[in-house]
Design a protein around this ligand. Structure first.
Ligand code: SF4
Length: 198
C-alpha cells in the first residue's frame, strides 16, 4: 500500500459499508419493501460521488477483476463519460445505464459506493446546523409501501462516519482536490499518487 494511505483504510471502509447495508436492509424489512429489478433501475440514475474514499475503494475492487473484464469496463466507462455527448455539453440530466451494470448485475457489488447502498428507502439527515432534512423512497418503494408502513433510514451516523474516514484519508495522503464523479468517471480518471492495491 502506498505511503500515505492508512493501513486500515480498506477494512475500515468495508465495516462502514456493512453498517450501511445493514441499515438499508433493516429499513426495507420494516417497511415490507423488496427491491427486485424495477423498470426505473436506479443504476440508470446519474449519481455523483464525492469522496476520495469511495473512489479508492471502487478502484481497489476494479483491480481485482480479470484484465479483459477491466478493459471492457474501461471502454464502457469511456463511452459513458464522453464529454462531447450532446447531453453532457448542455448539462442536461439523462438516463444511462452504469457501465458496471451488466445484465442487471453489478460487477463491483462489494465495492459499490455509498449512494448505491442507501438509495431507495426514505431517509432523514440531521445537518451540522441542526436542521433535519428528509428524502423520499424510490417510485417502487412508494408503490409497494402504504403511507403507514413507511420507515426512514437515519443517514446521519453513516454520513458522519464517512466524513471522519474521508478526513483521515485526506490528512494522511495530503489530497485536497474536490471530487464529483460518476462511476464512469471514477473508472477512467487516474488521480496521481493515490491508489490502493490489495
Ligand atoms: S456501481 Fe453497481 S450498484 Fe452502483 S449504479 Fe453501478 S451497477 Fe448499479
Amino acid at each position: 500500500m502506498p505511503i500515505g494511505i492508512p493501513p486500515t483504510f480498506l477494512a475500515d471502509l468495508a465495516r462502514l459499508f456493512d453498517r450501511m447495508d445493514a441499515a438499508y436492509r433493516q429499513t426495507a424489512e420494516r417497511s415490507g419493501f423488496v427491491c427486485q429489478g424495477c423498470a426505473n433501475n436506479c443504476c440508470r440514475s446519474l449519481f455523483f460521488h464525492h469522496t476520495l474514499a469511495e473512489y479508492l475503494y471502487l478502484r481497489a475492487g476494479l483491480a481485482t477483476l480479470p484484465l479483459p473484464v477491466r478493459e471492457t469496463i474501461r471502454q464502457r466507462s469511456a463511452a459513458a463519460s464522453d464529454p462531447t455527448a450532446p447531453q453532457e455539453q448542455e448539462g442536461r440530466p439523462y438516463s444511462r445505464m452504469c457501465p458496471l451494470n451488466v445484465e442487471d448485475r453489478c460487477l463491483l457489488y462489494a465495492h459499490r459506493p455509498m449512494i448505491c447502498r442507501l438509495h431507495g428507502v426514505p431517509h432523514r439527515l440531521r445537518r451540522p446546523d441542526g436542521q433535519t432534512r428528509s428524502g423520499p423512497g424510490c417510485e417502487d418503494y412508494d408503490r409497494q409501501c402504504a403511507i403507514g408502513q413507511r420507515r426512514f433510514l437515519d443517514r446521519t451516523p453513516l454520513y458522519v462516519a464517512m466524513s471522519q474516514l474521508e478526513r483521515e484519508l485526506r490528512r494522511c495522503t495530503g489530497f485536497e482536490g474536490k471530487i464529483r464523479m460518476t462511476i464512469a468517471q471514477m473508472v477512467v480518471t487516474e488521480i496521481e499518487g493515490v491508489s490502493v492495491k490489495r
